[in-house]
Design a protein around this ligand. Structure first.
Ligand SMILES: C[S@@+](CC[C@H](N)C(=O)[O-])C[C@H]1O[C@@H](n2cnc3c(N)ncnc32)[C@H](O)[C@@H]1O
Length: 214
């Protein structure tokens, strides 16, 4: 979905950083071989994630929802040399694909894959994070926030993807639409929780930045 006119959107992309060659390859192979390739962050959002990570310069990063590893590689670009990126996905069939691209990058030995339900895995991680990217099943976004907030350093950042859900957050809620229901709840939760300050960016499908203030 384009939240700004397509022509302006094209201009924005054209005047932003180019997509690195490795990510172009990853994107192409995802579209050729993997189901639901539209889930991938892609060129422009990937450059946004990369520059935010470079600004934060996190030691430890948590990603919920690896898919084929595109956003993990973008986030890893800003990670400290001594840092680690933990990324979780419930779909075990994606692990070899992810690892192939992680190993081709400069950060392969700093990226740790976890396979399983993020709600079960996160409590087992003995790490305090500086940057968290939430991009898995929308129904669990409020739960992800609630378990991640205590594993985030003060000043740490949570990025949440798809918070505008193709504009569905403005439509009448259908009783069985649990994803939109959870995102509506999530956007209010972030706005009202005084442990974070939050700004919603109308980038792609909506990307929220929340900074832990206490
Ligand atoms: C939108 S994709 C992630 C895209 C990726 N972050 C990127 O930008 O390239 C969402 C991923 O979340 C995973 N997922 C869904 N439910 C999950 C859960 N409960 N725990 C962990 N991963 C989950 C899916 O298997 C899928 O690969």
């Amino acid at each position: 979905m384009h939240f700004i006119p397509e022509e302006l959107d094209d201009y924005v992309v054209k005047h932003s950083e180019n997509e690195p060659e490795l990510l172009q390859q990853l994107g192409r192979e995802t579209y050729q071989k993997i189901l639901q390739p539209r889930m991938l962050s892609g060129h422009y959002q990937g450059r946004v994630l990369s520059i935010i990570s470079k600004l934060v310069n996190p030691k430890n990063i948590l990603e919920i929802g690896t898919y084929t590893g595109y956003s993990a590689l973008c986030l890893a670009e800003g990670m400290q040399a001594s840092g680690a990126l933990h990324t979780i996905d419930i779909n075990e069939e994606l692990a070899d694909f992810q690892r192939k691209y992680f190993n081709k990058s400069d950060h392969g030995n700093q990226i740790f894959q976890h396979i399983g339900d993020a709600l079960e895995i996160i409590p087992t991680l003995n790490t305090i994070f500086d940057l968290v990217f939430i991009d898995a099943d929308k129904e669990n976004y409020p739960s992800y926030f609630n378990i991640v907030i205590d594993k985030l350093n003060p000043g740490g950042i949570i990025l949440s993807d798809n918070v505008l859900w193709s504009g569905k957050i403005l439509e009448d809620l259908k009783p069985d639409d649990m994803a939109t229901k959870a995102l509506l709840e999530y956007n209010i939760l972030l706005k009202n929780d005084d442990r974070v300050e939050t700004v919603v960016l109308p980038i792609r499908d909506g990307l929220t930045i929340s900074r832990k203030v206490k």
